[in-house]
Design a protein around this ligand. Sequence first.
Ligand code: IMP
Ligand code: MG
Length: 183
Amino acid sequence: MDKSDLGQELAGILISKDQIDARLDALAAQIDSDYAGSDLLLVGVLKGAVMVMADLSRKLHSAVTMDWMAVSSYGSGTKSSGVVRIMKDLDTDIHGRHVLIVEDVIDSGLTLSWLASNLSSRGAASVEVAALLRKPGAAKVKVDVKYVGFDIANEFVVGYGLDFAERYRNLPFVGTLVPEVYQ
Ligand code: IMP
Ligand code: MG
């Protein structure tokens, strides 16, 4: 799927495929060096983190394992509900493991702070976060995001895993929608 498939729905491309690729190269190098010699578990947050998990993990030179969680924080709208519910839990016992949560975007940070403390309480050796995107509201959250792809403005974005009402996840870039689509 590309820009030309969307007609008038897309307002613009915020972060291109090439920009994402280059940034993930840098993050992967950093992760490789930070976790050298340790056994790393990547925990992807469904469904938004699918693309960043797939691309980032393939850039790593270390042998990692992967697991997935699904939590609900948003309905089909564009505002955080503040309520986090586990829809799919990990298959892995993370006691003593080094865990890196892989997220698509941190907006209010509610989902992430809840998730990080939930995973820490299971006795993980460490819990860190890698997020493709971070919005300004995330500054209010106490959780440190160790690896950030891009800091973006406070606007609603789609593509590269991110949806609006489950659409646009398969765009290879991050873009913005014309307001008519979600009004
Ligand atoms: P938070 O709890 O407000 O940080 O929300 C995080 C989650 O909300 C993300 O993992 C996304 O699923 C969703 N979300 C936040 N901002 C956007 C956006 O701009 N586009 C699509 N989904 C978003
Ligand atoms: Mg998400």
